[in-house]
Design a protein around this ligand. Structure first.
Ligand code: SAH
Length: 270
């Protein structure tokens, strides 16, 4: 028989920033699922799909406390400072906090700021990658973002500047695209007119452009146009947030790639 020796135990929680991917729960990593299922407190972003949240709660004996910190139900979004204070407070109480963020936690969406604040407060932070929506959007179109016949690389960029001074020079980005860098634009739909005007300074009007709304989800929509027709097409088709815009010659093959896949359902296994 063993006797318990009293020891001083410091209750120390953790915080894991988990990438929830673009929406389809099959795109979650195993590590993300494990972290979600071990959480005692789940802070959920508005871009996290219901199917992903259901996966986090599936088969659990004890339910975690779930806090929605997004704009669901038409409410104003929770201020960032409040979310960070809540994460820190819960972790300091010894909770296993999981912050579930759309896509990848470190591609836009303020994951970097959250990690910095948590670490500054002495909280241990782990980050679990997710599939970023820019990649899911390209796959939805059947586009290899760096197809070597058309592109030397890819730029992930936000269309939503933090303030006017941080505004990107879209003419320069157009020049980059003209040299074979594919542009993957997050948060760009509301700024489409401005982006388009800037890009057209150095980019041919007929350069292909596409938008993917709700990538990977059942309500996914894709539209294909060119830079000169981008804003009009988005407005005409009623494409709204969340959507990714892709610009560049890699889209030239889309029509061919989008052809119905060969039916292999009758293939006989060797
Ligand atoms: N961390 C996220 C991006 C957060 S910024 C990621 O890695 O995907 C929010 C923007 O992401 C949206 O405005 C939109 O541009 C894009 N986005 C997120 N989910 C999306 C989805 N399912 N389909 C298309 N765009 C999406």
């Amino acid at each position: 028989m063993t006797t318990a020796t009293p020891t001083a135990v410091t209750v120390r929680g953790t915080c894991t920033l988990v990438g929830a991917g673009p929406g389809d729960p099959d795109l979650l990593t195993l590590k993300a699922v494990k972290a979600m299922r071990q959480a005692s407190v789940l802070l959920v972003d508005d871009l996290v799909s219901d199917a992903v949240l259901a996966m986090a709660l599936k088969g659990r004996r004890t339910r975690p406390r779930v806090v929605h910190v997004g704009k669901r139900g038409g409410c104003a979004s929770t201020p960032q400072a409040f979310i960070e204070r809540l994460m820190i407070a819960e972790a300091q109480r010894g909770e296993r906090v999981v912050r579930l963020k759309g896509g990848d936690p470190f591609i836009f969406g303020r994951g970097g700021e959250e990690a910095e604040h948590l670490r500054a407060a002495g909280i241990e932070v782990e980050v679990v990658n997710g599939i970023t929506s820019g990649l899911a959007a390209a796959t939805a179109l059947g586009v290899p973002l760096t197809h070597r016949d058309h592109a030397h690389g890819v730029i992930f960029v936000t269309g939503h500047a933090r303030d006017a001074e941080a505004e990107l020079d879209w003419a320069t980005l157009g020049a980059a695209a003209a040299q074979g860098l594919t542009l993957v634009i997050y948060m760009g739909v509301s700024q489409a007119e401005r982006l388009q005007a800037g890009l057209l300074h150095h980019l041919a009007a007929h350069t292909p452009a596409a938008a993917v709304q709700h990538a990977s989800l059942p309500q996914q929509r894709t539209v294909l146009t060119n830079v000169a027709g981008l804003a009009t097409t988005l407005r005409g088709e009623g494409i709204g947030s969340p959507a990714i815009l892709i610009v560049g010659d890699v889209l030239r093959g889309v029509a061919a790639l989008a052809a119905p896949a060969r039916d292999t359902s009758h293939a006989v296994a060797a």
